[in-house]
Design a binder for this molecule. Structure first.
Ligand code: UFG
Length: 329
């Protein structure tokens, strides 16, 4: 029996692979290596290079490894990119997920965990935002993920199949043991960008929008440590294997930080100053969003352990240093 991790060579997926191996699971990774790296996949896992929409390959992989659960991370994740290329996002995140779900159901896989996103809420009127809040995505990225959630909901009603959709808030940090981290080239995520600037990989960074209706004019987000996030997936896997039903749950801490607060934390932890330029708003950005995580705590028994911003930044910086050494070799 094995767990199939799509996108397992990417940032979050590579952490999931380590977390599953730590628990003694057999892991198969399916990744086409478009943004991920083969070296990011732990050696104890089997890497299959290919696309989640390659129906024959997915079918063969499920059968060969007796896959009982799929954790589906593969997809595109950059909000402004989705605004510029909506059809690319509907292809990668929606249409290809449809193929994967279809092949999973057709080959007897009953447990499915899906990487959803806080972007399904758009700009919520409530803080923290609960899962029942109106779903009004403001970017094709958010819509592309919401459509997949809806397919899963309908398939779970029609078939012997259950799913957990975890709506991620802002995932950041790295494995506390630094076995993996975020290696994405041309990364756009705030903590990664700030850490790259602090370690001299970028000459400066920009703050996108300083006139939002927030405490300091910059956007507010709920930054969740990647190791706590992947642990929520493992709990979801156990719950479904034990017969638990389908679930949609937010994954965040319920604590918001502004862009400027994050930058200050990076300066503090890195012990270095760096150039920050104030810039205009970025298309598709939500003003402020913070998770209610009651469902995750209550239904999954999630107990986050790495929620300090300084710890997240510390691990992210640790990974940047390791990556720099690796790239010099
Ligand atoms: N930001 C900057 N400068 C940068 C990078 C980001 O000012 O160089 C700002 C953004 O404008 C935004 C905030 O930092 O206000 C966070 O931006 P990220 O790109 O780090 O993340 P997003 O909030 O756009 O998106 C992430 C995930 C989504 C998730 C969303 C929910 O990619 O999957 O958080 O909040 F849905």
């Amino acid at each position: 029996m094995a767990v199939l991790v799509t996108g397992g060579a990417g940032y979050i997926g590579s952490h999931m692979v380590w977390a599953l191996l730590d628990q003694g699971e057999e892991v198969v990774v399916l990744d086409r290596l478009s943004t991920g790296f083969d070296w990011a996949v732990a050696e104890a896992a089997t890497l299959v290079v290919g696309d989640v929409a390659d129906r024959n390959l997915v079918k063969e992989t499920i059968r060969k490894h007796e896959v009982d659960a799929i954790i589906h991370f593969a997809g595109s994740v950059i909000v402004p990119e989705s605004v510029a290329d909506p059809l690319g996002y509907y292809l990668n995140n929606t249409a290809k997920s449809r193929d994967l779900i279809d092949v999973a159901i057709g080959n007897g896989v009953k447990n499915f965990i899906f990487s959803s996103t806080a972007a399904v809420y758009g700009s919520p009127e409530t803080f923290p935002v609960m899962e029942e809040a109106p779903l009004r995505p403001e970017s094709p990225y958010g819509t592309s993920k919401l459509m997949t959630e809806m397919m899963l909901r309908d398939c779970a009603a029609a078939h012997d199949f259950r799913y957990t959709a975890l709506r991620y808030f802002n995932v950041s940090g790295a494995d506390p043991k630094l076995r993996t981290g975020q290696s994405t080239k041309g990364a756009t995520h705030l903590i990664k960008v700030a850490c790259e600037t602090a370690t001299g990989k970028r000459p400066y960074m920009e703050v996108f929008g300083t006139d939002y209706a927030t405490r300091d004019g910059t956007c507010v987000r709920d930054y969740v440590h990647v190791w706590d996030l992947v642990n929520a997936h493992y709990l979801a896997l156990q719950r479904m294997r034990d017969g638990g039903g389908s679930l949609v749950a937010n994954c965040g801490y319920g604590q918001g930080y502004s862009v400027l607060e994050v930058i200050e934390a990076v300066r503090r932890v890195a012990g270095t100053d760096f150039e920050v330029r104030m810039s205009g708003r970025r298309p598709g950005d939500t003003v402020a969003i913070v998770a209610s995580n009651e469902r995750c705590r209550y239904d999954l028994g999630w107990q986050p352990k790495h929620q300090g911003l300084e710890e997240i930044v510390g691990h992210a910086l640790g990974w940047e240093a390791k990556l720099a050494r690796r790239n010099r070799q």
